[in-house]
Design a protein around this ligand. Structure first.
Ligand code: KG4
Length: 355
């Protein structure tokens, strides 16, 4: 039996002098594909999954089935929008983890199959590194200024809340993280309790713009160092709400905007307090924001306010790169490509970083 060794990267991928990287993202409920030419973004196509709305959260089994349906048309659209044939690709970068295992397996298996059929190398990407390196995505004619190293990145999503010291494209150190729930998860759960549907983040953001952030106070954590905790806030929100509803059954309807504004204000306060501490201790003034919750206007405004007060250079991602997308995976893959850092065909997906 002849075994073809796809684990060995092929030098002929440099044959044209132009590097085309296909990025594939499928860690949660967005199927996304993107193409870069010499590190410049040509296309970024994402299919989101509305199927989860009815369940108030992502249903893993439904997510992987939807990825199966979406992956071929999404990759096809990304290649077409980039104006290239798949045979021109130099390498395929894919999210290997962390994320939902069933979702990851669709993207990982697709990437393996395509790389094997084309005889090109694969590049495994840590989804969280992707969120951070989204700050280095550039299109042909944009004027976005990327941060310089070292910088601090507040990475806030539905599954993570971290402060990361970014020393280079490859060298990132988590100096603080949540010990329980993530910021996005807390917001989503509180909004679910208010009957606002899923995902709650964007709805809370919209309502908060018309509410009073000081109207209600909720519990804030008191833990050492740069770590976060959001489970106490979630519980405090739930218990307070129950009490208020027992006194006024229409409490939510009467105070929707104030509840959203006060919840958002508390989350932003918790996030910024630790970030301020880390920036001060490490004497770093280049501060970036990343992850799905970075779309939040209250958090963006707090960043702008801190830039003025503490003379920070802030880096707020463009809206299209805040939530899960393949452009950030392709970008991270591109830097690994330049280092010839490829992964073997046998590389499995991982659901958690420690796996
Ligand atoms: O990074 P992401 O797309 O997925 C992962 O968790 O990996 O983040 C999703 C999270 C959800 O919790 C969602 O509610 C939150 O980002 N989010 C927002 C906003 N837009 C999305 N949270 C607050 N305000 C927003 N505008």
């Amino acid at each position: 039996m002849k075994v073809t060794d796809y684990d060995t990267p092929r030098p002929e991928t440099h044959r044209t002098g132009t590097t085309y990287i296909l990025g594939i993202e499928s860690s949660c409920d967005d199927t996304s594909a993107a193409v870069l030419r010499n590190g410049i973004l040509l296309s970024n196509v994402t299919a989101s999954q509305a199927v989860h709305e009815a369940y108030g959260g992502v249903v893993p089994e439904l997510a992987s089935r939807a990825h199966q349906q979406n992956i071929v048309p999404v990759v096809d659209a990304a290649l077409r929008q980039a104006g290239i044939q798949r045979e021109q690709l130099s390498a395929i970068a894919f999210t290997r983890g962390p994320g939902l295992m069933g979702s990851l397996l669709v993207g990982v298996s697709f990437a393996k199959g395509l790389a094997a059929s084309l005889g090109i190398p694969m590049i495994d990407v840590n989804h969280l590194h992707g969120h951070i390196l989204a700050h280095f995505i550039h299109t042909e004619d944009d004027d976005y200024v990327s941060p310089s190293f070292p910088f601090l990145c507040l990475l806030v999503s539905g599954g993570n809340s971290q402060i990361v010291l970014v020393k280079s494209y490859r060298d990132m150190e988590i100096i603080g993280q949540t010990i329980d729930d993530a910021a996005g998860e807390a917001i989503d759960k509180c909004s679910k309790v208010m009957g606002l549907g899923y995902p709650g983040g964007p709805v809370i953001d919209k309502l908060a713009r018309q509410g009073n952030p000081e109207a209600f106070t909720f519990a804030k954590p008191n833990i050492a160092g740069y770590d976060y905790s959001f489970s106490g806030l979630k519980t405090s929100f739930l218990y307070n709400l129950r009490q208020w509803i027992s006194e006024d059954p229409d409490f939510i309807e009467h105070h929707k905007c104030d509840l959203a504004a006060s919840l958002e204000h508390t989350v932003v306060d918790i996030l910024m307090k630790k970030l301020r501490l880390a920036a001060k201790d490490l004497k770093i003034k280049q501060i970036a924001l990343a992850g799905g919750v970075s779309a939040n206007n209250g958090l963006r405004n707090a960043f702008r306010d801190h830039a003025r007060r503490y003379k920070w250079d802030i880096f707020i991602p463009r809206f299209s790169y805040t939530t899960d997308n393949a452009a950030m995976i392709a970008m991270t893959g591109y830097y690994k490509y330049l280092d010839h850092d490829f992964c073997p065909m046998s590389a499995p997906a991982y659901s958690r970083v420690a796996d």
